[in-house]
Design a protein around this ligand. Structure first.
Ligand SMILES: Cc1cc2nc3c(=O)[nH]c(=O)nc-3n(C[C@H](O)[C@H](O)[C@H](O)COP(=O)(O)O)c2cc1C
Length: 185
């Protein structure tokens, strides 16, 4: 079946589920920039809204996650760094599904302390490789993230916005290319 819209369906996955997380601020910033990008229809898949069983037994909100990931053409993952890794609940979300991830691109917006979440992303790249997800080279890295924002506003937006645009341009190219490949063009 051929897609009816030229725009790609993009899910922004928000990985932190901590009650007092900073991730909401980062996700809102990224979402606003994404809405300005002509190539995507954007929705937010916030893991804190999903009840996913650690036993991967298909209960809880597994089907909700499956529907959203299956329908997506591309992903932006907003993830922090915890102890030089990525959040455990994100791994559960990833492992909950299989072919719904396949042959789709994903870009990273990471944040954290000194490393800006870059170590988290380095660990996620081989994980997504196993799922045939194309992990986009360009990425947004927000170090000492709590110093970068004044409330919801980035104090010095040029660098992160430029990095996000580069990532989205690559994501769009891969998204269109892989969507065409999936439908057999
Ligand atoms: C359990 C835990 C471990 C952390 N470990 C690291 C780390 O290894 N490197 C780093 O740069 N920041 C680390 N941080 C700082 C977080 O990246 C930062 O607090 C970030 O805001 C967390 O995202 P969240 O608030 O959206 O959950 C850690 C924070 C927590 C809560």
């Amino acid at each position: 079946m051929h897609p009816t819209s030229d725009r790609l369906r993009l899910e922004v996955i928000v990985a932190s589920v901590r009650p007092d997380r900073f991730g909401g601020v980062v996700a809102d910033w990224a979402r606003a920039r994404l809405d300005e990008h002509a190539g995507f229809d954007v929705s937010v898949l916030d893991l804190t809204d999903l009840d996913l069983p650690p036993g991967l037994d298909g209960t809880g909100d597994t089907e909700r996650l499956r529907e959203r990931v299956a329908a997506a053409d591309a992903f932006v993952l907003v993830t922090p760094e915890y102890n030089h890794g990525y959040p455990g609940y994100l791994k559960i979300a990833i492992d909950t599904l299989l072919e719904e991830w396949h042959v789709k691109p994903l870009g990273f917006v990471s944040y954290g302390g000194s490393g800006g979440g870059a170590r988290s992303v380095e660990q996620l790249r081989p994980v997504f490789s196993e799922l045939q997800v194309v992990a986009i080279r360009e990425q947004v890295v927000l170090a000492r993230v709590w110093d970068l924002f004044d409330g919801p506003v980035l104090r010095d937006p040029d660098g992160p916005q430029s990095a996000l645009k580069s990532m989205l341009d690559q994501l769009l190219w891969w998204g269109k290319t892989l969507r065409a490949a999936r439908v057999g063009d």
